[in-house]
Design a binder for this molecule. Structure first.
Ligand SMILES: [Zn+2]
Length: 94
């Protein structure tokens, strides 16, 4: 597979995973706004490639809390994998 096909498939998989998470959660757990897949952010907390937790929030709550969360998790040896619906669904993205 060419890298373009591979990244295109990865994008489709990530979009579907985000849609699934939004459908399961429905509301942002922080501000209780109704989640929109194109403005939702999914965060996987990892420790040496092992998935520890997965959280979803609206873009506004993520933007407000990301620096604090990042600093706290990194200080404790965790890494995070962020799937941002705004990137994934932005106009022109395939
Ligand atoms: Zn929110």
């Amino acid at each position: 597979m060419t890298p373009e096909v591979e990244s295109g498939m990865e994008r489709i998989v990530k979009r579907n995973m985000l849609k699934y998470q939004v459908a399961q959660t429905m509301f942002c757990p922080y501000c209780h706004a109704c989640l929109d897949t194109e403005r939702a952010v999914s965060v996987d907390v990892m420790r040496s490639d092992k998935l520890i937790a997965s959280k979803i929030a609206c873009a506004e709550c993520w933007d407000r809390g990301k620096e604090r969360l990042n600093a706290m998790l990194q200080a404790n040896g965790y890494t995070i994998d962020v799937t941002d619906g705004r990137e994934l669904f932005k106009r022109g993205a395939r």
